[in-house]
Design a protein around this ligand. Structure first.
Ligand code: NDP
Length: 248
């Protein structure tokens, strides 16, 4: 796939799971990569070393995406250090599952603050520069839960559906400036997020996946890499499900 030289890719939630796979993939594509994490500092430093071996520049920063000021500061530091951000991937996300009847206000707000406000904060911080330079791409990570809804996940589904509406509106705003914005909506992917699902519940869920297995983070990263590439130059405002067929 063709990528435009050594631009700068920003990845939120890059220390683990899908974000981590995206960091590695984009580095292999030739991007200099800046990623953030919330608390996994040691994991982030190990990843930094692994990425540096690919011959690109890399930095990791502890940034809570729920905090607009911290995200703004992060983007500004990265641009001073590495140059303009050409690609932003928002992968930072959490779950706090419970039926709505038992949902706590804290769990509702934690999920919306991280998953939806977090995307807003990152996109808000990078978009003006991209518009000015008439060049840039945004890939927001949603979920099939945001497309179809998932019981015990009203908070998560709302946040992920919000990302889809947000990204479509953004794509319409920024298309004329040569900036693209797309959504990746994964199904069940093997990461820490799904590691806590019990054996029986997992077997039940896998029963409804035509491909009969969990997806891998690197498979999602491959799709992100495509959306960031020149080959996807005419793709914007689209939602790409990568879910082994679970939503058929
Ligand atoms: P993981 O739990 O493996 O990783 C989550 C990442 O997000 C970590 O890097 C974590 O940092 C970071 N993070 C969480 N909260 C914050 C915050 N407030 N500020 C900054 N970083 C934060 O999750 P996945 O890789 O599985 O999920 C990645 C994205 O993909 C999420 O948006 C998720 O909703 C979505 N997704 C995942 C699916 C799956 O099956 N795994 C399916 C569909 C969508 P730290 O390491 O410091 O905690």
């Amino acid at each position: 796939m063709e990528h435009e030289g050594r631009g700068v890719a920003l990845v939120s939630g890059g220390s683990r799971g899908i974000g981590r796979a995206a960091v590695l993939r984009l580095a292999a594509d030739g991007f200099n990569v800046a990623f953030c994490y919330r608390s996994a500092g040691e994991t982030a430093r190990l990843l930094e070393k692994e990425v540096a071996e690919l011959g690109v520049r890399v930095r990791s920063d502890q940034v809570d995406v729920t905090d607009a000021g911290s995200v703004r500061g992060w983007v500004s530091e990265v641009e001073k250090d590495f140059g303009p951000v050409e690609l932003a991937v928002t992968s930072a996300g959490i779950t706090r599952d419970n039926p709505l009847a038992l949902m706590s206000d804290a769990d509702w707000h934690a999920v919306l603050d991280t998953n939806l406000d977090g995307v807003y904060h990152v996109c808000r911080a990078v978009v003006f520069g991209m518009m000015k330079r008439k060049r840039g791409s945004i890939v927001n990570v949603s979920s099939v839960s945001g497309v179809h809804g998932n019981p015990t996940q009203t908070n998560y589904s709302a946040s992920k559906a919000g990302i889809i509406g947000f990204t479509k509106a953004l794509a319409k705003e920024v298309g004329k400036y040569g900036v693209r914005a797309n959504v990746v909506a994964p199904g069940l992917i093997e990461t820490d997020m799904t590691a806590g699902v019990g054996e029986q519940a997992m077997a039940r869920m896998l029963g409804s996946v035509p491909l009969g297995r969990l997806g891998r983070a690197d498979e999602v990263a491959h799709l992100i890499s495509y959306l960031a590439s020149r080959d996807a130059g005419y793709v914007t405002g689209s939602v790409f499900q990568i879910d082994g067929g679970i939503t058929i």
